[in-house]
Design a protein. Structure first.
Length: 132
């Protein structure tokens, strides 16, 4: 699990992987995940460098995954699959019965990745409202 000192490296990895958006405060997302008893940011290092992350949380009903990121030069080497297995394990150890995640509709590469891992498209609509 990552710690507060890893925030800059994690956010840099998320940016390199193309996961960030200007309207999201990624440092606040990281801090919020660490502050909660039912969430964490898992990371994988190679020689001290952070090469993969996944943010995971349990909302009491379902598990959620965010910020699955792999260093772009290391993608397609199994690290994403490894991080998703770690996220699934983290949730399963807490008794969480189901994992949900959101993928932007135009991200065909990510949708294909998750499909290969056995994730299915659910017939739901996600609604949102900014509170900040």
């Amino acid at each position: 699990m990552l710690a507060a000192a890893d925030a800059d490296a994690a956010v840099a990895l998320w940016q390199a992987a193309g996961l960030t958006r200007p309207w999201n405060d990624t440092h606040a997302d990281f801090a919020r995940a660490l502050a909660g008893p039912a969430s964490a940011v898992l990371g994988l290092r190679d020689g001290g460098a952070l090469v993969a992350t996944v943010m995971v949380g349990d909302d009491g009903h379902r598990g959620w995954v965010y910020y699955l990121a792999v260093d772009p030069v290391r993608q397609r080497g199994g690290l994403g699959r490894l991080m998703m297995a770690a996220a699934e394990d983290w949730l399963a150890r807490r008794g969480c019965p189901k994992l949900n995640l959101m993928v932007r509709g135009d991200n065909a590469q990510a949708r294909g990745f998750y499909a290969r891992l056995g994730y299915e498209l659910n017939d739901v609509v996600t609604l949102a409202k900014r509170l900040d």
